[in-house]
Design a protein around this ligand. Structure first.
Ligand SMILES: [Fe+2]
Length: 284
């Protein structure tokens, strides 16, 4: 079957039509999907049905898996998959993280070698709400003035998982504290604010929700600076909002996009998703 690529937004995002992710892609199909991912930043596949093994097999074509630092919301027997869900198991125990990613961020930017990309598979979705917004950091970089590109390219931001975890924990009150081991595994790291994509060569702004400071800048000033940058990067012209259907698979590139989950009525409806994450490399 011929693969068709259909644009989702003026500056990024595409739907890939004619691919069944449950079976291995041949070399030509893989090359087309890989190219679409590099060209569009996020790619959408509709009407998929994936077992955890099939989900992991497709993800591995792009690189080794990254295991999430927080252990309790990994899928049992499949540590490469995290569960984003409001479903409860035996004795009311959450099956996944209900309030995942409700702030602009790039997944695992807090690691010394942050994630290349993430592949989120929608198993059950609510009839309304629960959309995911995506922002193109390539498009945001391109829109900067030459002076701003120059000044930002000399700066580094500090990323820290724990600061964000506890901020979200305080906000919604449904997250448990991190374990000491999880905290020790995720010390603050710093990355360049402007990074160059290792595969397509384009530049992007690389900050977002795990950034908690700027190297060499006073903390209050840094937080205001990062908020301003966030507001710049998430202007409507850089944002695509994805309304999920069950069976959707979205593969986003964490090196050049950010995303932001939105709320839904978790008392009335179910939203249940599986995510794999692919290891990336050190930003430069
Ligand atoms: Fe995320």
């Amino acid at each position: 079957m011929t693969i068709e690529i259909r644009s989702l937004h003026d500056s990024f995002g595409a739907e890939v039509i004619g691919v069944d992710l449950s079976r291995p892609l041949d070399a030509e199909e893989f090359a087309t999907v890989h190219r679409a991912h590099l060209d569009h930043g996020i790619i959408l596949f509709r009407d998929q049905e994936l077992t955890p093994a099939q989900h992991k097999a497709f993800s591995r074509r792009f690189g080794p898996p990254e295991i999430h630092v927080v252990s309790w919301y990994r899928l049992p027997d499949h540590p490469e998959i995290i569960v984003v869900s409001n479903k409860k198991g035996a004795e009311g125990k959450p099956l996944g993280l209900e309030d995942a990613g409700r702030y602009w961020h790039s997944d695992m930017s807090y690691l010394p070698t942050p994630a290349l990309g993430s592949i989120l598979y929608a198993v059950e979705v609510p009839p309304t709400g629960g959309a995911t917004m995506f922002a193109s950091m390539h498009a945001a970089f391109d829109a900067l003035t030459p002076e701003r590109k120059e000044s930002l390219s000399k700066m580094r931001a500090v990323h820290h998982f724990g600061s964000r975890w506890y901020r979200e924990k305080d906000k919604a009150g449904i997250r448990p504290p991190m374990t000491k081991e999880e905290e020790e595994k995720t010390p603050p790291v710093d990355h360049p604010i402007i990074r160059t994509h290792p595969e397509n060569g384009r530049k992007s702004i690389y900050t977002g929700g795990f950034t908690m400071g700027v190297v060499g800048m006073a903390q209050d000033e840094a937080l205001e600076f990062l908020d301003d940058l966030d507001a710049f990067m998430t202007q409507p012209q850089f944002v695509y909002t994805h309304e999920w259907r069950a069976g959707d698979v979205v593969f986003w590139d964490n090196r050049c996009t950010m995303h932001h989950a939105t709320v839904y009525d978790a008392q009335k409806h179910t939203r249940h998703m599986h995510r794999t994450t692919i290891k990336g490399d050190k930003p430069f």
